[in-house]
Write a protein that binds this ligand. Structure first.
Ligand SMILES: Nc1ncnc2c1ncn2[C@@H]1O[C@H](COP(=O)(O)OP(=O)(O)OP(=O)(O)O)[C@@H](O)[C@H]1O
Ligand SMILES: [Mg+2]
Length: 318
């Protein structure tokens, strides 16, 4: 590795990270959202009010939920701004911890540009939230890591947050659509509250499998190589290598992109103009600190490795 190449590699990787992969799994999400947005716009134009609807996106850690939603929301808020609906139609925030009714309200108020001290009561804070959502003509509120609504607060808190989300969606004057994204715990929240669930469209980013998606991932690898101006060696375009990437990524689409980008970065750092297996081997080691016998780019029976684990040591290291 050449230290003099670090700044240039960092620059080139930052550019590659800015690129969003418009994968087929993105289509139902984008369509689902467009339908919600159009319904709401029709209501506004015709001065009717009906309940707003929401959208819930679930998937395992690293599936690509946050990346997909933030890409979608950036696109949509630009489109809504161009249509003349203002530039704050969508407010997005990560569920804070602890996810109490009061704290979620406080963070939402801050995201709306109205920070308020903690001494106020929850009902007062949420009154202000409703007021500012209407004043600023916010159409959608997005909460990422929504599974935390269930994990940190008590059951009572979960009930009150869920009922507040319903209140926002059914506000007679200014209903607001709620978008939730999170890991599988989010599904439990919706199943816990049927009234919330029936107001939501649900989409799941499924996990991949090496057998079914090895080929797809090779296409993805090829397109990243092209963007990176690297020539892939034959050994990284073999089907088994695609399967190794899927497995190394714990079957998650977003992690597969990280695995590919890490290998590309390794090639940049070595001043290469090709991408080879050794780049994947080293990059995996650097990310996980696992010994060679736990590196899915080295061992023949790579499917036996638990690639969610980091720091895995061989017999000698134990
Ligand atoms: N469509 C995409 N195009 C480009 N990069 C992506 C895409 N999807 C995911 N990624 C990359 O994969 C990484 C992991 O994805 P992301 O953070 O969206 O996963 P997540 O499902 O939100 O995971 P978590 O549940 O852990 O929050 C992101 O940092 C992003 O760089
Ligand atoms: Mg995320």
């Amino acid at each position: 590795m050449r230290n003099d190449l670090i700044p240039q590699a960092a620059q080139r990787i930052a550019e590659l990270k800015g690129y969003f992969v418009d994968h087929e799994r993105f289509v139902p999400l984008a369509e689902g959202f467009s339908i919600l947005a159009e319904k709401r716009l029709v209501d506004i134009q015709t001065e009717r009010t009906s309940e707003a609807q929401g959208l819930a996106l679930s998937g395992q850690a690293g599936a690509g939920k946050s990346a997909a939603i933030s890409h979608l929301l950036a696109q949509e808020s630009q489109r809504l701004a161009n249509l003349g609906y203002g530039d704050s139609t969508i407010v997005s925030l990560r569920v804070p911890s602890p996810a109490t009714l009061k704290f979620v309200g406080q963070m939402l108020l801050r995201a709306l540009g109205y920070p308020i001290g903690a001494e106020r009561q929850a009902w007062y804070i949420w009154g202000l939230v409703q007021h500012h959502l209407k004043e600023r003509r916010v159409l959608f509120v997005h909460l990422d890591e929504a599974q935390d609504l269930a994990s940190r607060g008590t059951k009572h808190e979960l009930d009150s947050v869920a009922s507040m989300l319903k209140t926002l969606m059914t506000d007679p004057e200014w209903p607001v659509g709620i978008i939730l994204s999170g890991t599988n715990g989010l599904e439990d929240i919706l199943n816990h509250d049927p009234q919330l669930a029936r107001r939501m469209k649900t989409i799941r980013f499924e996990s991949m499998s090496p057998a079914a998606h090895g080929e797809d991932i090779l296409d993805l690898l090829d397109s990243y190589c092209e963007r990176a101006s690297l020539e892939p060696d034959d050994d990284v375009l073999e089907l088994s290598h695609g399967e190794r990437i899927v497995h190394a990524a714990a079957n998650q689409f977003g992690i597969a992109i990280i695995v590919i980008l890490d290998a590309i970065e390794d090639a940049f750092l070595h001043g290469q103009d090709t991408l080879n297996r050794h780049n994947f081997i080293r990059a995996y080691h650097r990310r996980t600190a696992c010994d060679a016998e736990f590196n899915p780019f080295i061992v023949p029976d790579f499917l036996r490795i638990d690639t969610r684990q980091v720091f895995s040591r061989g017999a000698r290291g134990e």
